[in-house]
Design a protein around this ligand. Sequence first.
Ligand code: IFM
Length: 451
Amino acid sequence: MTISFPAGFVWGAATSGYQIEGAPEADGKGASIWDTFVKVPGKILHGDTGARACNTYDPKQLEADMDLMVRLGLKSFIFSVQWPRIQPDGRGGANAKGLDYYRRLVDGLQARGIAPALTLYHWELPQALQDRGGWVNRETVARFVEYATILYDALAAQVPIWVTQNEPHTTAWLGYGYGKHAPGVADEKSVFAVAHHLLLSHGLAVKTLRGRVANVKTAFGPVLNVTPARPVRPDSEHDRLAAKRFDGDQNRLFLDPIFRGEYPADVVEYRREAAGGWKFVRAEDLEIIHTAVDFLGVNYYTPTMIAAGPGDRPEWRPNPGPTTAMGWAIDPAGLHEVLDRVRTEYTGNLPLYVSENGASFRDYLNPEGECRDPERVDFLRGHLREAHRAIEDGVPLAGYFVWSLLDNFEWDSAYRERFGLVYVDYPTQRRVPKSSFEWYREVIERNGLEG
Ligand code: IFM
Protein backbone atom coordinates (compact mmCIF):
# COMPACT_ATOMS: atom_id res chain seq x y z
CA MET A 1 0.00 0.00 0.00
CA THR A 2 1.26 3.47 -0.80
CA ILE A 3 0.51 6.54 1.25
CA SER A 4 0.36 9.74 -0.75
CA PHE A 5 0.91 13.26 0.45
CA PRO A 6 -1.28 16.16 -0.66
CA ALA A 7 -0.53 17.69 -4.05
CA GLY A 8 1.98 20.50 -3.68
CA PHE A 9 3.44 19.09 -0.45
CA VAL A 10 6.82 20.76 0.06
CA TRP A 11 9.66 18.24 0.23
CA GLY A 12 12.79 19.84 1.57
CA ALA A 13 16.07 19.62 3.41
CA ALA A 14 17.47 22.01 6.00
CA THR A 15 20.93 23.33 6.90
CA SER A 16 22.47 26.29 8.69
CA GLY A 17 25.29 28.68 7.82
CA TYR A 18 27.95 27.97 10.42
CA GLN A 19 27.38 24.24 10.17
CA ILE A 20 28.23 24.05 6.45
CA GLU A 21 29.81 27.20 5.00
CA GLY A 22 33.34 27.39 6.40
CA ALA A 23 35.29 30.55 5.39
CA PRO A 24 34.79 32.37 8.70
CA GLU A 25 36.85 35.39 7.66
CA ALA A 26 36.19 35.57 3.93
CA ASP A 27 35.17 38.77 2.18
CA GLY A 28 35.05 40.95 5.26
CA LYS A 29 32.94 38.68 7.45
CA GLY A 30 33.02 39.63 11.12
CA ALA A 31 33.33 37.14 13.96
CA SER A 32 30.24 35.44 15.27
CA ILE A 33 29.82 34.06 18.77
CA TRP A 34 30.47 30.59 17.31
CA ASP A 35 33.78 31.71 15.80
CA THR A 36 34.75 32.80 19.29
CA PHE A 37 33.28 29.89 21.21
CA VAL A 38 34.93 27.12 19.18
CA LYS A 39 38.31 28.49 20.24
CA VAL A 40 37.58 28.02 23.95
CA PRO A 41 39.49 24.91 25.05
CA GLY A 42 37.30 22.00 26.03
CA LYS A 43 34.06 23.30 24.53
CA ILE A 44 34.03 21.39 21.22
CA LEU A 45 34.78 17.72 20.71
CA HIS A 46 38.43 17.24 19.67
CA GLY A 47 38.82 21.04 19.57
CA ASP A 48 37.28 21.04 16.08
CA THR A 49 35.73 24.14 14.51
CA GLY A 50 33.49 25.09 11.60
CA ALA A 51 36.38 26.86 9.86
CA ARG A 52 36.05 24.51 6.88
CA ALA A 53 32.92 22.46 7.63
CA CYS A 54 31.41 21.52 4.22
CA ASN A 55 33.13 24.36 2.39
CA THR A 56 29.91 25.59 0.79
CA TYR A 57 31.14 29.19 0.76
CA ASP A 58 33.31 28.06 -2.12
CA PRO A 59 31.45 28.93 -5.37
CA LYS A 60 32.22 25.63 -7.09
CA GLN A 61 31.22 23.58 -4.10
CA LEU A 62 28.01 25.57 -3.78
CA GLU A 63 27.10 24.88 -7.41
CA ALA A 64 27.87 21.18 -7.01
CA ASP A 65 25.75 20.94 -3.87
CA MET A 66 22.84 22.70 -5.56
CA ASP A 67 23.12 20.17 -8.38
CA LEU A 68 22.84 17.42 -5.77
CA MET A 69 19.63 19.04 -4.56
CA VAL A 70 18.27 18.81 -8.08
CA ARG A 71 19.22 15.14 -8.23
CA LEU A 72 17.34 14.62 -4.99
CA GLY A 73 14.32 16.45 -6.36
CA LEU A 74 14.10 19.00 -3.54
CA LYS A 75 11.23 21.47 -3.76
CA SER A 76 12.62 23.76 -1.08
CA PHE A 77 15.85 24.31 0.82
CA ILE A 78 16.24 25.88 4.26
CA PHE A 79 19.53 27.72 4.84
CA SER A 80 20.54 30.35 7.35
CA VAL A 81 22.35 33.61 6.76
CA GLN A 82 25.33 34.24 9.00
CA TRP A 83 24.57 37.71 10.31
CA PRO A 84 28.24 38.87 10.51
CA ARG A 85 28.67 38.19 6.79
CA ILE A 86 26.10 40.96 6.26
CA GLN A 87 27.00 43.25 9.14
CA PRO A 88 30.49 42.34 10.41
CA ASP A 89 29.95 44.28 13.66
CA GLY A 90 26.22 43.77 13.89
CA ARG A 91 25.30 47.30 12.84
CA GLY A 92 25.40 49.70 9.90
CA GLY A 93 25.36 49.16 6.16
CA ALA A 94 25.62 45.88 4.31
CA ASN A 95 28.86 44.13 3.45
CA ALA A 96 28.24 43.76 -0.29
CA LYS A 97 30.41 40.67 -0.71
CA GLY A 98 28.67 38.82 2.09
CA LEU A 99 25.32 39.66 0.57
CA ASP A 100 26.55 38.50 -2.84
CA TYR A 101 27.15 35.02 -1.49
CA TYR A 102 23.53 34.62 -0.42
CA ARG A 103 22.37 36.24 -3.65
CA ARG A 104 24.31 33.59 -5.60
CA LEU A 105 22.71 30.92 -3.45
CA VAL A 106 19.12 32.12 -3.92
CA ASP A 107 19.68 32.74 -7.64
CA GLY A 108 21.11 29.24 -8.01
CA LEU A 109 18.18 27.71 -6.17
CA GLN A 110 15.65 29.70 -8.17
CA ALA A 111 17.32 28.72 -11.44
CA ARG A 112 16.97 25.07 -10.38
CA GLY A 113 13.31 25.39 -9.42
CA ILE A 114 13.99 25.03 -5.67
CA ALA A 115 12.21 27.48 -3.37
CA PRO A 116 14.69 29.19 -1.03
CA ALA A 117 13.64 29.27 2.64
CA LEU A 118 15.82 31.74 4.50
CA THR A 119 16.46 31.60 8.23
CA LEU A 120 17.49 34.97 9.62
CA TYR A 121 18.94 33.58 12.83
CA HIS A 122 20.37 30.13 13.38
CA TRP A 123 22.61 31.22 16.26
CA GLU A 124 25.29 33.27 14.47
CA LEU A 125 25.23 36.47 16.52
CA PRO A 126 27.97 39.00 15.70
CA GLN A 127 30.55 38.83 18.49
CA ALA A 128 30.51 42.64 18.65
CA LEU A 129 26.91 42.47 19.87
CA GLN A 130 27.72 39.74 22.38
CA ASP A 131 30.39 42.08 23.75
CA ARG A 132 27.49 44.40 24.62
CA GLY A 133 25.51 41.65 26.34
CA GLY A 134 24.13 39.77 23.34
CA TRP A 135 20.53 38.65 23.65
CA VAL A 136 20.40 39.70 27.30
CA ASN A 137 20.59 43.27 26.03
CA ARG A 138 17.36 44.62 24.55
CA GLU A 139 19.38 46.66 22.05
CA THR A 140 20.13 43.43 20.15
CA VAL A 141 16.45 43.33 19.12
CA ALA A 142 16.78 46.62 17.27
CA ARG A 143 20.05 45.48 15.69
CA PHE A 144 18.40 42.26 14.52
CA VAL A 145 15.55 44.12 12.86
CA GLU A 146 18.05 46.41 11.11
CA TYR A 147 19.93 43.36 9.80
CA ALA A 148 16.70 41.60 8.78
CA THR A 149 15.59 44.69 6.88
CA ILE A 150 18.83 44.84 4.87
CA LEU A 151 18.39 41.21 3.85
CA TYR A 152 14.71 41.52 3.13
CA ASP A 153 15.17 44.55 0.89
CA ALA A 154 17.87 42.68 -1.01
CA LEU A 155 16.30 39.24 -1.33
CA ALA A 156 12.54 39.37 -0.72
CA ALA A 157 11.72 39.10 -4.42
CA GLN A 158 13.50 35.73 -4.69
CA VAL A 159 12.81 34.20 -1.27
CA PRO A 160 9.23 33.11 -0.59
CA ILE A 161 9.77 31.71 2.95
CA TRP A 162 11.33 33.70 5.81
CA VAL A 163 12.12 32.04 9.13
CA THR A 164 12.77 34.61 11.83
CA GLN A 165 14.29 32.63 14.68
CA ASN A 166 15.35 28.99 14.63
CA GLU A 167 14.94 27.20 18.00
CA PRO A 168 14.99 30.19 20.38
CA HIS A 169 14.81 27.59 23.14
CA THR A 170 18.27 26.30 22.20
CA THR A 171 19.80 29.77 22.20
CA ALA A 172 18.24 30.68 25.53
CA TRP A 173 18.96 27.46 27.43
CA LEU A 174 22.05 25.94 25.79
CA GLY A 175 23.67 29.25 24.89
CA TYR A 176 22.92 31.32 27.99
CA GLY A 177 21.64 28.83 30.59
CA TYR A 178 24.01 25.86 30.47
CA GLY A 179 26.94 27.32 28.54
CA LYS A 180 27.04 24.31 26.22
CA HIS A 181 26.61 26.43 23.09
CA ALA A 182 27.90 29.87 22.15
CA PRO A 183 28.19 32.34 23.75
CA GLY A 184 28.90 29.90 26.59
CA VAL A 185 27.08 31.76 29.35
CA ALA A 186 25.95 29.51 32.21
CA ASP A 187 23.50 31.67 34.11
CA GLU A 188 19.91 30.61 34.57
CA LYS A 189 19.07 34.23 35.34
CA SER A 190 19.78 35.33 31.78
CA VAL A 191 17.65 32.61 30.12
CA PHE A 192 14.32 34.40 30.39
CA ALA A 193 15.53 37.82 29.25
CA VAL A 194 17.22 36.11 26.30
CA ALA A 195 14.06 34.17 25.44
CA HIS A 196 12.01 37.35 25.66
CA HIS A 197 14.34 39.34 23.42
CA LEU A 198 14.47 36.53 20.86
CA LEU A 199 10.68 36.43 20.83
CA LEU A 200 10.49 40.20 20.54
CA SER A 201 12.99 40.17 17.68
CA HIS A 202 10.80 37.62 15.91
CA GLY A 203 7.61 39.68 16.28
CA LEU A 204 9.22 43.01 15.46
CA ALA A 205 10.89 41.57 12.37
CA VAL A 206 7.58 40.23 11.04
CA LYS A 207 5.85 43.55 11.79
CA THR A 208 8.62 45.53 10.11
CA LEU A 209 9.20 43.38 7.06
CA ARG A 210 5.67 42.43 6.08
CA GLY A 211 4.56 44.53 3.13
CA ARG A 212 7.88 46.40 2.96
CA VAL A 213 8.75 45.49 -0.60
CA ALA A 214 6.13 46.49 -3.17
CA ASN A 215 4.42 43.68 -5.12
CA VAL A 216 6.17 40.96 -3.14
CA LYS A 217 4.33 38.58 -0.83
CA THR A 218 6.42 36.35 1.40
CA ALA A 219 5.55 34.01 4.25
CA PHE A 220 6.94 34.67 7.75
CA GLY A 221 7.18 32.33 10.69
CA PRO A 222 9.28 31.08 13.59
CA VAL A 223 10.78 27.62 13.98
CA LEU A 224 10.39 26.01 17.40
CA ASN A 225 11.80 22.73 18.67
CA VAL A 226 8.69 21.33 20.28
CA THR A 227 9.31 18.28 22.42
CA PRO A 228 6.85 16.01 24.21
CA ALA A 229 7.63 16.05 27.94
CA ARG A 230 6.89 12.62 29.36
CA PRO A 231 6.83 11.92 33.09
CA VAL A 232 9.03 8.91 33.89
CA ARG A 233 6.35 7.58 36.28
CA PRO A 234 3.02 8.80 34.90
CA ASP A 235 1.27 7.82 38.14
CA SER A 236 3.54 10.05 40.23
CA GLU A 237 2.08 13.49 40.75
CA HIS A 238 5.63 14.82 41.34
CA ASP A 239 6.89 13.54 38.00
CA ARG A 240 3.79 14.93 36.32
CA LEU A 241 4.38 18.36 37.84
CA ALA A 242 8.07 18.24 36.88
CA ALA A 243 7.12 17.28 33.30
CA LYS A 244 4.66 20.17 33.17
CA ARG A 245 7.40 22.53 34.32
CA PHE A 246 9.75 21.19 31.68
CA ASP A 247 7.04 21.62 29.06
CA GLY A 248 6.71 25.22 30.27
CA ASP A 249 10.41 25.98 29.88
CA GLN A 250 10.82 24.15 26.61
CA ASN A 251 7.56 24.59 24.71
CA ARG A 252 5.00 26.92 26.24
CA LEU A 253 7.52 29.68 27.02
CA PHE A 254 7.66 30.20 23.25
CA LEU A 255 4.32 28.95 21.93
CA ASP A 256 2.13 30.93 24.34
CA PRO A 257 3.51 34.42 23.68
CA ILE A 258 3.64 33.91 19.91
CA PHE A 259 0.17 32.38 19.53
CA ARG A 260 -1.71 33.72 22.58
CA GLY A 261 0.09 36.94 23.37
CA GLU A 262 0.90 35.99 26.96
CA TYR A 263 3.42 34.04 28.97
CA PRO A 264 1.99 30.92 30.65
CA ALA A 265 0.93 31.79 34.20
CA ASP A 266 2.61 28.74 35.76
CA VAL A 267 5.95 29.54 34.08
CA VAL A 268 5.73 33.18 35.16
CA GLU A 269 5.19 32.03 38.72
CA TYR A 270 7.68 29.15 38.86
CA ARG A 271 10.41 31.20 37.17
CA ARG A 272 9.67 34.53 38.88
CA GLU A 273 12.94 34.60 40.80
CA ALA A 274 15.12 33.29 37.95
CA ALA A 275 13.53 35.86 35.64
CA GLY A 276 14.22 38.66 38.13
CA GLY A 277 10.49 39.46 38.32
CA TRP A 278 10.20 39.58 34.47
CA LYS A 279 11.08 43.29 34.57
CA PHE A 280 12.43 43.13 31.03
CA VAL A 281 8.88 42.70 29.66
CA ARG A 282 7.48 46.10 28.59
CA ALA A 283 3.81 46.92 28.10
CA GLU A 284 3.75 46.71 24.30
CA ASP A 285 6.01 43.66 23.93
CA LEU A 286 3.49 40.85 24.04
CA GLU A 287 1.33 42.40 21.40
CA ILE A 288 4.38 42.62 19.13
CA ILE A 289 5.38 39.01 19.82
CA HIS A 290 1.79 38.01 19.04
CA THR A 291 1.99 39.51 15.51
CA ALA A 292 0.25 37.18 13.06
CA VAL A 293 2.51 34.74 11.23
CA ASP A 294 2.00 32.68 8.06
CA PHE A 295 3.31 29.36 9.30
CA LEU A 296 4.98 27.61 12.20
CA GLY A 297 8.02 25.39 11.66
CA VAL A 298 8.30 22.49 14.09
CA ASN A 299 11.65 20.79 14.63
CA TYR A 300 11.18 17.34 16.08
CA TYR A 301 13.80 14.77 17.01
CA THR A 302 12.83 12.99 20.22
CA PRO A 303 10.66 13.22 23.33
CA THR A 304 12.13 13.98 26.75
CA MET A 305 11.65 11.83 29.85
CA ILE A 306 11.30 13.88 32.99
CA ALA A 307 11.48 12.89 36.67
CA ALA A 308 10.96 15.10 39.70
CA GLY A 309 14.16 16.23 41.39
CA PRO A 310 14.33 18.10 44.71
CA GLY A 311 11.39 20.52 44.97
CA ASP A 312 9.83 18.85 41.92
CA ARG A 313 12.47 20.40 39.75
CA PRO A 314 12.43 18.82 36.26
CA GLU A 315 15.32 16.43 35.69
CA TRP A 316 16.11 14.57 32.47
CA ARG A 317 16.25 10.82 32.44
CA PRO A 318 17.47 8.57 29.62
CA ASN A 319 14.73 7.37 27.29
CA PRO A 320 14.09 3.65 27.15
CA GLY A 321 14.32 1.85 23.81
CA PRO A 322 16.42 2.30 20.68
CA THR A 323 18.29 5.52 20.12
CA THR A 324 20.22 7.31 17.40
CA ALA A 325 23.99 7.79 17.73
CA MET A 326 23.29 11.00 19.67
CA GLY A 327 21.54 8.85 22.27
CA TRP A 328 18.18 10.35 21.34
CA ALA A 329 15.24 7.94 21.58
CA ILE A 330 13.64 7.02 18.28
CA ASP A 331 9.97 7.80 18.75
CA PRO A 332 8.10 8.59 15.53
CA ALA A 333 4.73 8.79 17.32
CA GLY A 334 6.12 11.83 19.14
CA LEU A 335 6.01 13.70 15.82
CA HIS A 336 2.30 13.07 15.47
CA GLU A 337 1.85 14.08 19.09
CA VAL A 338 3.58 17.46 18.73
CA LEU A 339 1.92 18.33 15.43
CA ASP A 340 -1.49 17.45 16.79
CA ARG A 341 -0.90 19.30 20.02
CA VAL A 342 0.36 22.44 18.36
CA ARG A 343 -2.59 22.48 15.96
CA THR A 344 -5.16 21.79 18.67
CA GLU A 345 -3.83 24.14 21.32
CA TYR A 346 -2.25 26.93 19.31
CA THR A 347 -2.29 27.19 15.55
CA GLY A 348 -5.61 25.82 14.22
CA ASN A 349 -5.64 26.19 10.44
CA LEU A 350 -2.22 27.84 10.19
CA PRO A 351 0.10 25.87 7.88
CA LEU A 352 2.75 23.87 9.72
CA TYR A 353 6.07 22.60 8.42
CA VAL A 354 8.23 19.91 9.91
CA SER A 355 11.22 22.18 9.50
CA GLU A 356 13.80 19.71 10.86
CA ASN A 357 13.66 15.98 11.45
CA GLY A 358 16.45 13.48 11.08
CA ALA A 359 18.99 11.33 12.84
CA SER A 360 22.70 10.86 13.32
CA PHE A 361 24.22 7.42 12.92
CA ARG A 362 27.81 6.21 12.77
CA ASP A 363 27.94 6.27 8.98
CA TYR A 364 31.06 5.19 7.12
CA LEU A 365 32.21 4.41 3.59
CA ASN A 366 32.39 0.68 2.90
CA PRO A 367 35.24 -0.84 0.83
CA GLU A 368 33.16 -0.23 -2.29
CA GLY A 369 33.07 3.44 -1.41
CA GLU A 370 29.35 3.44 -0.61
CA CYS A 371 27.54 4.65 2.47
CA ARG A 372 24.64 2.42 3.44
CA ASP A 373 22.40 3.81 6.16
CA PRO A 374 19.33 1.61 6.53
CA GLU A 375 18.78 2.93 10.10
CA ARG A 376 18.25 6.43 8.73
CA VAL A 377 15.83 5.14 6.11
CA ASP A 378 13.86 3.39 8.87
CA PHE A 379 13.93 6.53 10.96
CA LEU A 380 12.69 8.78 8.17
CA ARG A 381 10.09 6.27 7.00
CA GLY A 382 8.65 5.99 10.50
CA HIS A 383 8.47 9.74 10.93
CA LEU A 384 6.96 10.35 7.51
CA ARG A 385 4.24 7.82 8.24
CA GLU A 386 3.45 9.73 11.42
CA ALA A 387 3.48 13.02 9.53
CA HIS A 388 1.02 11.50 7.09
CA ARG A 389 -1.16 10.23 9.92
CA ALA A 390 -1.20 13.77 11.31
CA ILE A 391 -2.42 15.07 7.95
CA GLU A 392 -5.17 12.45 7.91
CA ASP A 393 -6.16 13.64 11.38
CA GLY A 394 -6.59 17.16 10.05
CA VAL A 395 -3.19 18.79 10.70
CA PRO A 396 -2.52 21.33 7.92
CA LEU A 397 1.01 20.10 7.34
CA ALA A 398 2.43 21.85 4.28
CA GLY A 399 5.90 20.36 4.08
CA TYR A 400 8.70 18.30 5.57
CA PHE A 401 12.42 19.15 5.70
CA VAL A 402 15.03 16.52 6.49
CA TRP A 403 17.84 17.55 8.77
CA SER A 404 20.15 17.54 6.95
CA LEU A 405 21.19 17.58 3.32
CA LEU A 406 24.87 17.07 4.20
CA ASP A 407 26.80 15.74 7.17
CA ASN A 408 27.96 18.88 8.92
CA PHE A 409 29.41 20.55 12.01
CA GLU A 410 27.15 19.39 14.83
CA TRP A 411 28.01 22.15 17.32
CA ASP A 412 29.72 20.88 20.48
CA SER A 413 29.77 17.32 19.04
CA ALA A 414 31.57 18.63 15.94
CA TYR A 415 32.02 16.04 13.19
CA ARG A 416 31.23 12.88 15.16
CA GLU A 417 27.50 13.16 14.49
CA ARG A 418 26.49 12.64 10.88
CA PHE A 419 22.93 13.73 10.07
CA GLY A 420 23.23 14.01 6.28
CA LEU A 421 21.55 12.30 3.37
CA VAL A 422 24.93 12.89 1.78
CA TYR A 423 28.15 11.62 3.37
CA VAL A 424 30.88 14.25 3.51
CA ASP A 425 34.47 13.02 3.50
CA TYR A 426 35.84 16.06 5.30
CA PRO A 427 39.54 15.82 4.34
CA THR A 428 38.73 15.69 0.60
CA GLN A 429 35.28 17.34 0.72
CA ARG A 430 34.02 14.50 -1.48
CA ARG A 431 30.24 13.97 -1.36
CA VAL A 432 28.80 10.45 -1.37
CA PRO A 433 24.99 10.24 -1.42
CA LYS A 434 23.91 7.66 1.18
CA SER A 435 21.23 5.05 0.57
CA SER A 436 18.81 7.36 2.42
CA PHE A 437 19.40 9.94 -0.33
CA GLU A 438 18.16 7.49 -2.97
CA TRP A 439 15.25 6.49 -0.75
CA TYR A 440 14.20 10.12 -0.13
CA ARG A 441 14.57 10.86 -3.85
CA GLU A 442 11.99 8.16 -4.57
CA VAL A 443 9.67 9.45 -1.86
CA ILE A 444 9.76 12.91 -3.43
CA GLU A 445 9.27 11.54 -6.90
CA ARG A 446 6.24 9.48 -5.83
CA ASN A 447 5.00 12.16 -3.42
CA GLY A 448 4.56 9.29 -0.99
CA LEU A 449 5.93 6.07 0.38
CA GLU A 450 4.91 2.56 1.25
CA GLY A 451 2.43 2.61 4.13
O1 IFM B 1 22.16 20.44 14.08
C1 IFM B 1 21.07 20.87 14.83
C2 IFM B 1 20.48 22.13 14.23
O2 IFM B 1 21.42 23.14 14.15
C3 IFM B 1 19.32 22.62 15.07
N1 IFM B 1 18.38 21.56 15.36
C4 IFM B 1 18.90 20.31 15.82
C5 IFM B 1 20.00 19.82 14.90
C6 IFM B 1 20.54 18.46 15.38
O3 IFM B 1 21.06 18.57 16.66
